[in-house]
Design a binder for this molecule. Structure first.
Ligand code: G3P
Ligand code: MG
Length: 246
């Protein structure tokens, strides 16, 4: 059986390299990822930067918040050393650096807008402008836990896919996705029940569960018809997809 499941490296190959750095994104490509998931936020001066937490502390050791720091200062921080000394000197990338890499390697880029806690006015417009500037409308899927933001994105750019992130068992989630004009559901994987994935697909709504690191769960989700799987270990998923004749 042939599968076209997209192998999304979660924050890059974050199981083996520092999340959301160019090292992690490049490593993901080497390990067989066909997609990359990343988290985008805005600097104080409106630059789109790739970092998961609103606070700089965990991945850079620096005090302060992404949204109240200018890009000139963010660009000086070390986002690699916390993971291991061999990664010292890795920086917080700009979204456009990842889009370049994605274009070069024909990757699908899942841009998660981290606008649930800090709203970042103008972020949707800025992300869409960056995607359009790279001509990557067909190679990108936007996602967020903030579903109002996804509705806004769909209004701004109907030709760019949107996905709704969520944690627990929604009932008939495809109905909800359709009500928000979304193309995809991005559930935390225990909420991605094999019995509804096929039904959602029939209704035109694809499913990309996160974050799946166990090969047995990956296998079940591929069989159930997941369009993509978001994993910290793209090598594990690549091996499985090769085995299953993707
Ligand atoms: O987009 C999937 C996943 O990244 C959502 O959760 O916290 O890892 O960004 P988080
Ligand atoms: Mg994310």
């Amino acid at each position: 059986m042939s599968h076209n499941t997209i192998n999304y490296a979660h924050r890059g190959a974050s199981g083996t390299s520092p999340e959301n750095t160019m090292a992690a994104f490049k490593r993901a490509v080497e390990l067989g990822a066909t997609g990359i998931e990343t988290d985008v936020q805005m600097s104080r001066d409106g630059m789109l930067v790739l970092i998961h937490d609103e606070s700089l502390k965990r991945t850079t050791g620096s005090e302060g918040m992404v949204g109240t720091t200018d890009y000139a200062d963010l660009s000086q921080l070390d986002a690699g050393a916390w993971f291991g000394p061999e990664f010292a000197g890795e920086r917080i990338p700009l979204l456009e650096e990842l889009l370049e890499l994605g274009k070069q390697h024909s990757l699908t880029i899942n841009i998660e807008l981290k606008n649930g806690i800090v709203r970042y006015p103008g972020m949707e417009e800025a992300v869409i402008a960056a995607v359009e500037a790279h001509g990557m409308e067909k190679q990108v899927i936007l996602s967020s836990f903030n579903h109002y933001s996804m509705v806004h994105c769909k209004q701004l750019a109907p030709n760019i896919q949107t996905g709704l992130l969520y944690m627990e068992g929604l009932y008939r989630p495809w109905d909800y996705a359709i009500s928000a004009a979304a193309d995809a559901l991005h559930p935390y994987y225990p909420a991605a029940m094999p019995e509804w994935i096929a039904e959602a697909k029939r209704q035109g709504v694809i499913c990309n569960p996160f974050t799946v690191n166990d090969p047995d769960v990956m296998r079940q989700l591929i069989k159930a018809g997941a369009a993509g799987i978001i994993t910290d270990y793209p090598d594990r998923l690549a091996a499985l997809l090769a085995e299953e004749g993707a």
